[in-house]
Design a protein around this ligand. Structure first.
Ligand SMILES: [Zn+2]
Length: 256
């Protein structure tokens, strides 16, 4: 049942992609990195209704777009005091401290990320310190989730690792049973990371993004014990994916 058509409308100066599909409810999402807006709507919904829905959510859409605006690419980071950096879906204010010895990153409360780097070091060096910390934290976050989901899915990854990737949140080589996760996931909410992990592990059962793959995702994510009706679980993982989009992650992992 592939009945998808895409068109564009403009609301309050914002270009909106409208995708009509066989769904029940209208859904608005804002995607990084540039804050493009996409509205998925049931086939029967009129443009006027979409306009009203977008207007109603306008403040929220602008907030999301600003958030992405405050998340420039890494190469543009200046690594100075007051700069915003993300960890596990939360925003932190960078606080640089010059040290002679041990370089480290320490979270102070819920809003400050203290980065202790060699006094006089440049932005690139500070970024390296931060990236090393992100990598370590992400590893700690992934390990138990992999164990949990390998048990649930009845699969086992032979190896996994973290690396910088430009276009994917994760990748899976089903033959070698090797998984890769994007270092950027350290910045994303835990539920987004979990979604990517499940997605890649499901590739050990199904190589392609076909109906079988989608059925497996619907079946397994999330396992929150609330009702096992097929429709409700399917709804849940889609909601989860939606949440990730809304909070800036938009995981669209693909197999590699
Ligand atoms: Zn995939």
């Amino acid at each position: 049942m592939k009945s998808i058509e895409s068109s564009f409308i403009e609301v309050a100066g914002i270009r909106i992609e409208v995708v009509r599909k066989a769904i029940l409810h209208l859904h608005i999402a804002v995607y990084p990195p540039d804050g493009r807006v996409r509205v998925a709507v049931p086939l029967w919904v009129k443009d006027e209704t979409i306009r009203l829905a977008v207007l109603e959510r306008l403040a929220w859409i602008r907030r999301q777009q600003e958030k992405f605006g405050g998340q420039p690419r890494q190469s543009e980071r200046e690594m100075v005091n007051g700069e915003t950096h993300w960890f596990q879906g939360r925003k932190y204010r960078l606080d640089i401290r010059g040290v002679l010895e041990r370089e480290a990153v320490v979270l102070k409360g819920l809003a400050t990320m203290e980065l202790a780097a060699k006094a006089g070091s440049d932005a690139k060096h500070r970024l390296d310190v931060l990236d090393r910390w992100y990598r370590k934290q992400l590893k700690l976050e992934i390990a138990p989730l992999l164990v949990k989901w390998e048990a649930i899915l009845g699969v086992k990854a032979a190896a996994w690792g973290i690396r910088k990737m430009k276009t994917r949140w994760g990748s899976c080589n089903p033959r070698a049973k090797r998984l890769w996760f994007n270092l950027e996931l350290a910045k994303k909410p835990p539920e987004c990371l979990e979604y990517v992990i499940v997605h890649e592990l499901v590739h050990l059962l199904e190589l392609h993004h076909n109906a079988h793959f989608k059925a497996l995702m619907s079946q397994f994510l999330p396992l929150n014990g609330r009702g096992s009706a097929k429709n409700s679980t399917r709804h849940h993982w889609r909601t989860r994916r939606g949440n990730c989009s809304r909070s800036g992650a938009a995981p669209k992992p693909s197999s590699g």
